[in-house]
Write a protein that binds this ligand. Structure first.
Ligand code: XLS
Ligand code: CA
Ligand code: CA
Length: 439
């Protein structure tokens, strides 16, 4: 078997004082934190598209990274070489999961039948590798945004024929997800949005997307898919407005269409910030609805308004993410998918490993620090006390939904002016975070 990443050893934990660039400084798979190992807390996944397919091409230049893996691009040999390289990569990093779009796996053919035959062949090959190595599928999805047929969307397309084509792709991607034992199935609404309302029947498009999702749920359950369906919210890019703008919008949509029992959120950090939210906000919104499903672990650039999909480096963000995840009791079927790509000038194989080492260490640090914040208790105690006026008397009646507006008005009249509600103590709380992060 060809070894693709020849100069890269198996990446081991060496601790924070190591200066070996090919070692983990914080990710120590077997270290136990709050009763579970790091590996259990952090089911990391490799995104097939970025890691094995993307070469760094952008609007202004061609790719800089060679992802041919010794085979001619656009052939089944290349598809298989990517599988071999991907499994070697996961093995060397100790990553257990991967995620894919249908067309990341094989080149799309002229007919659906031929594309599907190629997908059958490659997933037979992937399955063999999975059985031999114990690697698992976190989630699968269909790419219904790259091909020109999807210029007006897939579920939101004005063309019924395009809608059917998307349905066929989704059906096949669900078959493959089940075949490979995937724990999730993602709908990222690639081009489900609009460029101008002048040509758009928004209500019609949204209803059609819901219908497609309902059909997907019915079909998925009928073939034995027991995992979670996910919506991955994103506010813009590629369309000017994407219907799954953020978690709150997506959850309202799911509830409106009776899809909320089968779907959860797949929250991507970069998409959160594009929506004008923090990553933590999107996680909190999802968690408070019991819909925090999975995470696309990356980060954007705060100075840029687009989706840069960088490897996560921001330990503050990762800490607050892990705080939300721990508070929510962990991710049930989900994981931490590095939907991240190296910067264009970081074009070597070593850079691929540095990216994942950075991301895994960032989240490991985030986990360690989030657990310390929870065990420290000062933040949680402050929040609890902040709402303590609702623990007794009139506050408790409000909390229990037993108060009337007249009763509250009468109470207020007797009370006179209320006292100020108490300091928010933001700076004190931020100081605690710094203290825990850097002590
Ligand atoms: C694009 C999305 C996409 C989804 C899967 O911005 O992040 O890659 O994760 O379709
Ligand atoms: Ca993503
Ligand atoms: Ca993204």
């Amino acid at each position: 078997m060809t070894e693709y990443f020849k100069n890269i050893p198996k990446i081991k934990y060496e601790g924070p004082n190591s200066d070996n660039p090919l070692a983990f400084k914080y990710y120590d798979a077997d270290r136990v934190i709050m009763g579970k190992t790091m590996k259990e807390h952090l089911p990391f996944a490799m995104a097939w598209w970025h890691n094995l397919c993307a070469t760094g091409a952008d609007m202004f230049g061609v790719g800089t990274a060679d992802k041919s893996f010794g085979a001619e691009e656009g052939t089944m040999e290349h598809a298989k070489a990517k599988v071999d390289a991907g499994f070697e990569f996961m093995e060397k990093l100790g990553i257990e999961y991967f995620c894919f779009h249908d067309v990341d796996l094989v080149p799309e053919a002229d007919t659906l039948a031929e594309t599907n035959a190629r997908l059958d062949e490659i997933t037979d090959y992937i399955k063999e590798k999975m059985d031999a190595t114990g690697k698992k599928l976190l989630w699968g999805t269909a790419n219904a945004f790259t091909n020109p047929r999807y210029m007006n969307g897939a579920g939101s397309s004005n063309s019924a024929d395009v809608y059917c084509f998307a349905a066929a792709q989704i059906k096949k991607a669900l078959d493959l997800t089940v075949k490979l034992g995937g724990k999730g199935y993602v709908f990222w609404g690639g081009r489900e949005g609009y460029e101008t309302l002048l040509n758009t029947d928004m209500k019609f498009e949204l209803d059609n997307i819901a219908k497609l999702m309902k059909m997907a749920v019915e079909y998925g359950r009928s073939i034995g898919f027991e995992g979670d369906f996910y919506i991955e919210p994103k506010p813009k890019e590629p369309t000017k407005h994407q219907y799954d703008f953020d978690a709150a919008t997506s959850i309202a949509f799911l509830k409106e269409h009776g899809l909320d029992k089968d779907f959860k959120m797949n929250i991507e950090a970069n998409h959160a910030t594009l929506a004008g939210h923090t990553f933590q906000h999107e996680l909190r919104v999802s968690a408070m609805h019991g819909m925090l499903g999975s995470i696309d672990a990356n980060q954007g650039d705060y100075l840029l308004g687009w989706d840069t999909d960088q490897f996560p480096f921001d330990v503050y963000e990762a800490t607050l993410c892990m705080y939300e995840v721990l508070k929510a009791g962990g991710l049930k079927n989900g994981g931490f998918n590095f939907d991240a790509k190296n910067r264009r000038p970081s074009y070597t194989f070593e850079d691929m490993f540095y990216g994942f080492i950075l991301g895994m260490d960032t989240f490991a640090l985030g986990l360690i620090k989030a657990a310390e914040i929870i065990e420290d208790g000062r933040i949680d105690k402050f929040v609890e006390e902040r709402y303590s006026s609702f623990n007794s008397g009139i506050g408790l009646k409000i909390k229990n939904g037993e108060a009337t507006l007249e009763e509250l008005a009468e109470y207020a009249e007797k009370m006179g002016a209320p006292e100020l509600p108490g300091s928010g103590r933001q700076e004190y709380l931020e100081g605690i975070i710094n203290n825990i992060l850097f002590r």
